[in-house]
Design a protein around this ligand. Structure first.
Ligand SMILES: Nc1ncnc2c1ncn2[C@@H]1O[C@H](COP(=O)(O)OP(=O)(O)OP(=O)(O)O)[C@@H](O)[C@H]1O
Ligand SMILES: [Mg+2]
Length: 238
C-alpha cells in the first residue's frame, strides 16, 4: 500500500487562551489530490493547515508522506510540504523579491545557477519576473499574495498548502492562479472562503465548521448542496 500524502488521526488543537480551534480531526489525503478546505471565518481552516506542517502542535497524530510530524522531524517535513501562509508578509522578509524566492532553494543547498533557474521559473509562473529586483514591501497586496506563492513554488515540494491564496487578487490574477494551480502535479491543499474559486480548483472538498469536519466529498456533492452550504454560512459557487 502506498504512503498517504497526509494522514491525520484524532487531531485536536487548542490555542493557549483556551480557544478550541480543532476537535478530533481525522483525515487522509492521497498523493496527487487537489483538496479544498472550505468553512466560515473561524472554522479552523488556518489552524488545520498550520498543524499539517508542524507550525502548531496539538493532540493526536499527523503524518506527512509517511513521516510523523514532531520536533525531530520538522526539517524533513518542511522539505516535503511547502506552506503558503495566510499573511504574505510572513513569507516576504528579504531585501528583494529575488532573494525571497531564492531563500528556500538556497537553504536546500542548490547551486547559484539552479537557484536562479528556480527563481526565474517561479516568478514567471506568477507573472512577477519583471518585479524580481524590487523590495517585496513595495509590492501591491495582490502582488505580495502571488509573490508568497512563488517562495513556495521555488522549493518544488511534493505537497503544497495554500491559505486563502485568492485573497486580494483581481479576476485576471485569480483566473491565472486557477490555471497555475490546476496545472500542478503535486498534492494541493487549499483553504479558501471563495466558493467559486474552491469549485474551480478542487477535486475534493472538505467542509469544516466549529473545528470539525462536517462534509468531505466531491465539489458537486458538497458545494451544490444548498442546505449544507447555507447551514454553515457559505454560498453556492455560482
Ligand atoms: N492566536 C490565536 N489565539 C486564540 N485563538 C485563535 C488564534 N488564532 C485563531 N484563533 C481561534 O481559533 C479558531 C479557528 O481559527 P482559524 O484561524 O483556524 O479559522 P479560519 O477558518 O482560518 O478562519 P478565517 O476564514 O477567518 O481565516 C477561531 O475561533 C479563532 O478565533
Ligand atoms: Mg484562516
Amino acid at each position: 500500500m502506498s504512503t498517504a500524502a497526509l494522514k491525520i488521526v484524532n487531531y485536536s488543537y487548542h490555542y493557549p487562551d483556551g480557544t478550541v480551534a480543532l476537535e478530533n480531526i481525522s483525515l487522509t489525503i492521497r498523493h496527487g489530490e487537489r483538496v479544498v478546505i472550505i468553512g466560515p471565518n473561524g472554522a479552523g481552516k488556518s489552524s488545520l493547515l498550520l498543524g499539517m506542517a508542524g507550525f502548531a502542535r496539538g493532540e493526536g497524530q499527523i503524518w506527512v508522506d509517511g513521516v510523523e510530524v514532531g520536533k525531530k522531524t520538522l526539517k524533513t517535513i518542511r522539505r516535503v510540504i511547502g506552506c503558503c501562509l495566510e499573511n504574505p508578509d510572513d513569507q516576504l522578509f528579504m531585501p528583494t523579491l529575488r532573494d525571497d524566492v531564492g531563500f528556500g532553494p538556497l537553504n536546500m543547498g542548490l547551486s547559484a545557477e539552479q537557484i536562479q533557474e528556480r527563481v526565474d521559473q517561479a516568478l514567471s509562473a506568477v507573472g512577477l519576473l519583471a518585479q524580481a529586483d524590487r523590495p517585496p514591501h513595495h509590492l501591491s497586496a495582490g502582488q505580495k499574495r502571488v509573490a508568497a506563492l512563488a517562495t513556495v513554488l521555488s522549493m518544488d515540494p511534493k505537497i503544497l498548502t495554500f491559505d486563502e491564496p485568492d485573497g486580494s487578487l483581481d479576476p485576471r490574477q485569480r483566473n491565472g492562479l486557477i490555471e497555475l494551480l490546476t496545472g500542478l502535479e503535486q498534492t494541493l491543499i487549499i483553504a479558501t472562503c471563495n466558493m467559486k474559486f474552491a469549485y474551480a480548483i478542487g477535486d475534493r472538498v472538505i467542509l469544516i465548521d466549529g473545528g470539525q469536519i462536517v462534509a468531505d466529498g466531491t465539489p458537486d456533492g458538497v458545494m451544490l448542496d444548498p442546505m449544507l452550504m447555507v447551514e454553515h454560512g457559505l454560498e453556492l459557487p455560482s
